[in-house]
Design a protein around this ligand. Structure first.
Ligand code: NAD
Length: 439
C-alpha cells in the first residue's frame, strides 16, 4: 500500500481521495478552502454524490483518510501526490490554470526527496511539461521529482463507481520511473482487468479533452438532428433509437434535448478550441465552434417555444421550472442550461418558480433572487407554463392529472424528451417536445 496525497478536494479530488483510501492506501488530502477541509474531516461531503458520504465516513473512521491545510505536511507525508485542483473557464474560453500553478508552487518547496506528482485535472496540452519545470526548479529534490499525467474520466452521479472501477487508466509519462508507482496505487482496478495505457505527457493531456470533445460532438449531433426533425416534421426519438442500434454509432450520448452543461464539457471544449486556435488547427476550431453553438442554440429554442406558447411574450407569465441541476443525480449547477434559461425568463419579465430534488441550495448560492419551491406542485401553482429542464426520475413519476389541478394553463415543454407525452396529453395537457412533432 502507498502513502498518497490528494491536492484539491472538490468533486474530483474528494472522490479520488476517498476511493484511494478505500483501496487501502494511506491518504492525506489538502485544499485551500478551510471550510471544505473542516467538513470533510467530519465526514461531510459538501456536494451531492450518491454513495460518497458513507465511504468518506468509513475511511475517516478507520484513520486511512485524513485532511489538512498544510502543504508542509503534504510534502513530507506522501510518495505520490495527486493534483486535482480546478481548471475553470478563463478569459476568451482559455482554461484558467492559476490553481494548478498555485498548488504546484505551494507543494514544490516541501518536496525534499524522490517523489511522483500525478496530475489528474483537465488541462490544455503542454501544461504538464510546464508544471514539471516549475516543480523541478523550486523543489529541494530537483530532478528527483517525477511528473505524470493521469486524466480523470469520472462522471458526476457515478463518481464512486467510476473511480473504483474505471474503464481505462491513461498515464502520460516522461520516463519509465512513474509507471511502477502508478501500478502500485491502482493495483486493485488493474487486477480487475482495467487497461493501463501509457503514453507521453502531451498525448495523455489530449486524450481527456479529445474524449470530452467527442462526447459533446455526439450530443450536438443528435440535437442538430432534432432541429432537422422539427423543420421537416419528423420525430427525433425513433430516429435516435434507430441510429443507436448501429454498433458503430451506439445509443449512449445520443439523447436529444437541451444539450450539455456542467463543470466539464462546456469549459473543456472551449479551452480545447482556444488551444487549437493557438496551434493553428482551424479544423478543430471550426468543429468545436459549431458544437458549442448547436448546444447553446437549444436554450434559445426552448425560450422561443416558451414565447410561442405564451402568445409572443413572456412578460407577466408564471413559469414553473422543473430541474435546475445541469443533469440528474447531481447538485452541480455550473453552466447549467436551466439556470441560463431562468436568467432569460426573468429578464423577459416572467415570474419563475423553480423546483429541483437536490440542487436548490447550490442554485440559491448563484441565483439567490430566484423563487425556489419545496415541491413540484408548489412550483406549478397557478403556472401558465411548465418547463421540464432536468430529467430527474422523480419528474417521470409526476401525475399529470394531479398537476393539472394546480396550474393556470396546462402547457408543458419537455426540453429533455423523457416524459411520457401520451400520458400528459390524455390528462389534457398541451405537450411540446424538442425535436418531436406537435400532436
Ligand atoms: P472543483 O471546483 O469542485 O474543485 C477544485 C478544488 O480545488 C476546490 O475545492 C478548490 O478549493 C481547490 N483548490 C484550488 N486551488 C487550490 C490550491 N492552490 N491548493 C489546493 N486546493 C486548491 O473542481 P472539480 O470538478 O473537482 O474539477 C477539478 C478538475 O478535475 C478540473 O480540471 C476538472 O475539469 C477535472 N475533472 C472534473 C470532473 C468532474 O466530474 N467534476 C471529471 C473529470 C475531470
Amino acid at each position: 500500500m502507498a502513502r498518497v496525497t490528494v491536492i484539491g478536494t472538490g468533486y474530483l479530488g474528494l472522490t479520488h481521495a476517498v476511493c484511494l483510501a478505500d483501496l487501502g492506501h494511506e491518504v492525506l488530502a489538502i485544499d485551500v478552502d478551510e471550510e471544505k477541509i473542516a467538513k470533510a474531516a467530519k465526514g461531510e461531503v459538501p456536494f451531492f454524490e450518491p454513495g460518497l458520504e458513507p465511504l468518506l465516513r468509513k475511511n475517516t473512521d478507520s484513520g486511512r483518510l485524513r485532511f489538512t491545510t498544510s502543504f508542509a505536511e503534504v510534502g513530507s507525508f506522501g510518495e505520490v501526490h495527486f493534483l486535482c485542483v480546478g481548471t475553470p473557464e478563463g478569459q476568451g474560453g482559455q482554461a484558467d490554470l492559476s490553481s494548478i500553478y498555485a498548488a504546484a508552487g505551494s507543494l514544490a518547496p516541501h518536496l525534499e526527496s524522490e517523489c511522483l506528482i500525478v496530475g489528474k485535472s483537465t488541462v490544455p496540452v503542454g501544461t504538464a511539461r510546464q508544471v514539471l519545470h516549475l516543480l523541478r526548479a523550486a523543489a529541494p529534490a530537483g530532478d528527483q521529482v517525477e511528473l505524470a499525467w493521469n486524466p480523470e474520466f469520472l462522471r458526476e452521479g457515478f463518481a464512486v463507481q467510476d473511480s473504483l472501477a474505471p474503464d481505462r487508466i491513461v498515464l502520460g509519462v516522461t520516463s519509465p520511473r512513474a509507471e511502477p508507482r502508478i501500478r502500485q496505487v491502482y493495483a486493485a482496478p488493474l487486477q480487475a482487468g482495467t487497461p493501463l495505457l501509457v503514453m507521453d505527457l502531451e498525448t495523455a493531456e489530449l486524450v481527456k479533452v479529445a474524449a470530452n470533445a467527442f462526447l459533446a460532438t455526439k450530443i450536438s449531433f443528435i440535437n442538430g438532428m432534432a432541429e432537422m426533425c422539427e423543420a421537416a416534421g419528423a420525430d427525433v426519438i425513433p430516429l435516435a433509437e434507430a441510429l443507436g442500434y448501429d454498433a458503430r454509432i451506439g445509443r449512449r450520448f445520443l439523447s436529444p434535448g437541451l444539450g450539455f452543461g456542467g463543470g466539464c464539457l462546456p469549459k473543456d471544449i472551449r479551452a480545447f478550441r482556444a488551444t487549437a486556435s493557438d496551434l493553428g488547427v482551424s479544423s478543430v476550431v471550426d468543429l468545436l465552434t459549431t458544437v458549442d453553438a448547436i448546444n447553446l442554440g437549444r436554450r434559445d429554442r426552448v425560450l422561443a417555444l416558451a414565447r410561442e406558447t405564451a402568445g409572443g411574450t413572456l412578460a407577466g407569465q408564471r413559469v414553473a421550472v422543473l430541474g435546475i441541476a445541469f443533469k440528474p443525480n447531481s447538485d452541480d449547477v455550473r453552466d447549467s442550461p436551466s439556470i441560463a434559461i431562468c436568467d432569460h425568463l426573468v429578464a423577459e419579465g416572467a415570474i419563475v418558480s423553480v423546483h429541483d430534488p437536490v440542487a436548490m441550495p447550490q442554485a440559491a448560492k448563484k441565483r439567490p433572487a430566484l423563487e425556489y419551491a419545496p415541491s413540484v406542485s408548489e412550483a406549478a401553482q397557478g403556472a401558465d407554463l411548465v418547463l421540464h429542464l432536468t430529467e430527474w426520475s422523480d419528474y417521470r413519476a409526476i401525475d399529470p392529472a394531479a398537476l393539472a389541478q394546480v396550474v393556470g394553463r396546462q402547457v408543458i415543454i419537455d426540453a429533455r424528451c423523457t416524459l411520457d407525452a401520451e400520458l400528459w396529453r390524455q390528462a389534457g395537457w398541451s405537450v411540446h417536445i424538442l425535436g418531436r412533432p406537435q400532436v
